[in-house]
Ligand binder design. Structure first.
Ligand SMILES: NC(=O)c1ccc[n+]([C@@H]2O[C@H](COP(=O)([O-])OP(=O)(O)OC[C@H]3O[C@@H](n4cnc5c(N)ncnc54)[C@H](OP(=O)(O)O)[C@@H]3O)[C@@H](O)[C@H]2O)c1
Length: 263
């Protein structure tokens, strides 16, 4: 796999893990640009490369870069990509890391390298190694660059179109963000009644097994699937007011998937 000279724009949760991974993988980190000293300095120091809080101080590195990774909040990817497009060489590959943002915001050659993982303050308990990664690119050459970057942590890559990537992002949001929200609310129900939150540990183990083995639907159990209206009513009475409509909607949806009305 080819090694690249990389400039990182954005020094947040994702850059702080991927920057060191690229360095360990043999890529050269030329410069880190971020919005404030507080994010740019620690990552620049960790990587042992120059850092700055504006693009003009990184002009030399941007001109020399083979890859510029735009690792900023999704909403400002277009603005940052626009600002750097005249500062980089014509054959420099622009890359963003977002599951939800169109590749069209980057001028070609360009690629998306989207690691399907949550990067957050507690993410260290889930290793980066082998994280599945979705790639999209404007050309074969840009796709090879995307493979080179993803190769720093994963052998498991999926090439996708923009529509496929959006669908994968939707699936990731449902599986991670929404399931985690339900888990957080379930833990709240327990702790409100002075019950230990690890009461759920074997259930959560089964949940993750369903995620890993792709057979989640076959593992569904519970009162909504069984049509046990008395239990559903008792639960509704215990729930915080602002959870009741959601609980009812989910119960109806589970019932309709598992017990569709006969035609
Ligand atoms: N977090 C995840 O779980 C996850 C997973 C996969 C992919 N991604 C994608 O990865 C990308 C980065 O996400 P993140 O979670 O790392 O975001 P983040 O933690 O919010 O970090 C964004 C970084 O961009 C910097 N920034 C903001 N405006 C800037 C500007 N105009 N110029 C230069 N830097 C600027 C911020 O600086 P300050 O800190 O100084 O404000 C911050 O360091 C996004 O496209 C996201 O969709 C995220």
């Amino acid at each position: 796999m080819a090694k690249h000279r990389i400039v990182l724009v954005g020094a947040g949760q994702v850059s702080s893990e991927l920057g060191p991974a690229w360095q360990r993988g043999g890529h050269e980190l030329l410069h880190v640009v971020s919005r404030t000293d507080d994010s740019a300095r620690p990552l620049g120091e960790l990587l042992g490369c120059p850092w700055s809080t504006n693009l003009s101080e990184a002009a030399g590195a941007l001109a020399d870069a083979q890859v510029v990774v735009v690792a900023v909040t999704d909403a400002i990817i277009p603005e940052v990509a626009d600002a750097i497009s005249d500062m980089v060489a014509a054959d420099c590959t622009l890359v963003h890391l977002s599951g939800a943002t169109s590749l069209d915001h980057l001028r070609a050659p360009a690629a998306v390298v989207w690691p399907v993982r949550s990067f957050n303050a507690k993410a260290h308990s889930v290793p980066l190694a082998q994280t599945p990664t979705v790639l999209e690119a404007t050309s074969d050459a840009a796709m090879r660059v995307a493979h080179d970057l993803a190769g720093a942590w994963s052998g498991r890559v999926t090439e996708a179109t923009g529509d496929q990537r959006t669908a994968a992002h939707l699936a990731a949001v449902m599986a991670d963000n929404y399931a985690n929200h339900m888990l957080a609310e379930a833990q709240h129900v327990l702790s409100q009644r002075q019950l230990p939150t690890d009461l759920l540990r074997n259930l959560v183990h089964g949940l993750t097994q369903g995620g890993l083995q792709g057979d989640a639907r076959e593992r569904q159990t519970g009162p909504a699937k069984r049509g046990d209206e008395a239990t559903l009513a008792r639960h509704r009475a215990l729930l915080p007011e602002d959870m009741r409509a959601l609980y009812d909607t989910l119960a109806k949806h589970i019932a309709s998937r598992h017990n569709p009305p006969s035609t």
